[in-house]
Design a protein around this ligand. Sequence first.
Ligand code: GTP
Ligand code: NA
Ligand code: MG
Length: 295
Amino acid sequence: DEKSKLPLRPPIVTIMGHVDHGKTTLLDYIRKSSVAEKEHGGITQHIGAFSVKAPKSGKQITFLDTPGHAAFLKMRERGATVTDIVILVVAGDDSVMPQTKEAIKHVHAAGVELVVAINKCDKESVTEETIQKVYSDLGANEVYVEDYGGDIACVQVSGKSGLGVDTLEETLVAISEVLDLRSSPTAKVEGIVLESQVKKGVGATATVLVHNGTLKPGQVICAGTVFCKVKAMKDSSNKVIKEAGPGTPVEVTGWKELPASGDQVLQAESEQQAKQVAENRQKRAQLMQQMDDIK
Ligand code: GTP
Ligand code: NA
Ligand code: MG
């Protein structure tokens, strides 16, 4: 079919789990051990999303950090998803906790792929017994991992020592191959705003995750009630880039005002058209507000 002719795009992976179970530590390990990061002198991550090449296959994976959650949840309210795969991080000695259950609910409702990462496996407090408990606690929440008679991939890792992290990355690659994720680099640009902020000396910036088309400086994009003529773009290691294809998170400058996290990004024909769209959306938002006030 037509879709099978399109090029593959990297999977978009969101990390979720209970507080302090090690989400950030795990992502930091993945980011710091990546080639791109080393090439750019280990600069601190400046946007809440990054892409790496998996160690064995060399395939690209895009990870969303915590700000990605907000966008994930906001999109879910609209019945859409920004992510292909969720890594559910569960500390091997703490097992399933309230926010683990919350994350499972979101995963099931959104119908996205799930990989369980049992984390902190470098600790002596993580034993065969505590891991069995994680399996059964997950099972009680309708997540049946491979070693518990189910088909959900489960990898034992340590974000601290790096144990199992390469296996986790290759598992993500394997799942994305089955998903056969494709999109068109030549289509009109579509994406989502992951986060936005005003930066000193730079002005309004937004991290945009492109999922269709190729974003370039000079293009005009709309997001919610604002628009932007793309001035410049930087990738997750702070490098200026001229093109961002499907699956690439980029920091975009040139906004008149800040777009909101979770806003859908669409390419416009011209600045004039973008302005029109933005104004119409503002009017509609005001109208909705007035109707709410009447209720
Ligand atoms: P929140 O974002 O606050 O929900 O936490 P988080 O899930 O991002 O956890 P974070 O990475 O901040 O780690 C919490 C604590 O656990 C820190 O003290 C980490 O050093 C520790 N930790 C995280 N991963 C590991 C691990 O694999 N092994 C060990 N021993 N400690 C870990
Ligand atoms: Na923490
Ligand atoms: Mg964290």
